[in-house]
Design a protein around this ligand. Structure first.
Ligand code: ZN
Length: 310
């Protein structure tokens, strides 16, 4: 066996080993407690569903369609890669159910944190006794959510959001940091740090071993989850915002300058304003000024109303 063959074989074995490790989830404590350093994954759909998910996203909300023309990238590939996953601008309720038996006080507490976005945005979460649009598990798997309209493609017996180990004893700040963040993904918001300006600060040579150690991620997963800036067309919005709830915490030991990217601990003003923009509370302001009767839809009126200024 040549050296190269040996190396290739070792690499393949390493990939298999890591693949096994990822499904075990290494970064969460065994006793089911939450971990305040735990990160989040936006759970990707299986690749076979990517094209369908892009079609569903655009059918749900035509604004999701990618605007960017990329030379050398054909239309279906572009749609799959650069489609956004926002729900439409019409006021919307997503129903929520729980996979495990969950006490009523905990269900209410989780739903109230999901609804923190509803203070500025016209989208809300309501618990259902049936099968919810959003299905929550507190079992193994760490913290994750599928992104926006992708949750429609998840089989109904599976969770769309995972909140490993959350109980009534979990500190309130973790409810804010984790559940509001995962709710943001369900609303279609990607990670704030995946902006070019922030990605540029991360040193891949430091990031690969860091995420291998803390998340069990392969180099490919680090590329996908951390080092790939968002497509320009999927950014409708705000300046890079380290304080955003959608920015997750990245330590100084993976940045070029040694300074941490500080994650947000709660929905900040920019997050709230942006959510209100994507999901307006009121789709169309009533055209009628207060105290004035709307004109009847007729093409004639009393001659006394004829305009004299033209
Ligand atoms: Zn996340």
């Amino acid at each position: 066996m040549t050296t190269l063959d040996k190396e290739t074989q070792d690499s393949l074995l390493e990939i298999l080993r890591l693949a096994g490790k990822i499904t075990e989830v290494t970064d969460y404590s065994e006793d089911g407690q939450t971990d305040e350093n735990a990160g989040c994954r936006i759970m990707p759909l299986p690749p076979r569903l990517w094209e369908k998910a892009a079609r569903v996203a655009v059918r749900t909300n035509p604004v999701n369609s990618p605007q960017l023309e990329l030379p050398g990238v054909d239309a279906p590939a572009r749609a799959t890669l650069f489609v956004s996953k926002y729900w439409g601008p019409q006021p919307k309720q997503l129903s929520v159910s729980f996979l495990e038996t969950t006490p009523a006080d905990l269900r209410a507490r989780i739903v109230s944190h999901l609804n923190a976005w509803n203070e500025s945005a016209g989208i809300s979460f309501t618990e259902t006794a049936g099968t919810g649009d959003v299905r929550i598990s507190r079992g193994p798997g760490g913290y994750y959510s599928y992104l926006g309209t992708d949750i429609q493609l998840i089989p109904q017996n599976r969770q769309t959001m995972n909140l490993q180990g959350f109980t009534m004893n979990t500190p309130e700040r973790e409810f804010r940091r984790v559940i509001r963040h995962e709710a943001g993904h369900t609303l279609g918001f990607p990670h704030e740090h995946m902006r070019q300006a922030l990605v540029a600060r991360i040193d891949p040579a430091k990031a690969y071993p860091y995420f291998l150690r803390t998340q069990g991620w392969t180099q490919e997963m680090v590329d996908q989850q951390v080092l790939t800036p968002l497509g320009a067309s999927s950014i409708i919005g705000t300046e890079p915002d380290q304080d955003s709830i959608m920015c997750y915490q990245l330590p100084g030991d993976i940045t070029h300058d040694g300074q941490p990217i500080v994650g947000g601990l709660d929905i900040n003003e920019t997050d709230a304003a942006f959510a209100g923009l994507i999901y307006p509370k009121v789709l169309h302001e009533a055209a009628t000024p207060r105290g004035v009767q709307a004109a009847s839809p007729s093409n004639d009126w009393d001659p006394s109303e004829d305009r004299t200024d033209v």
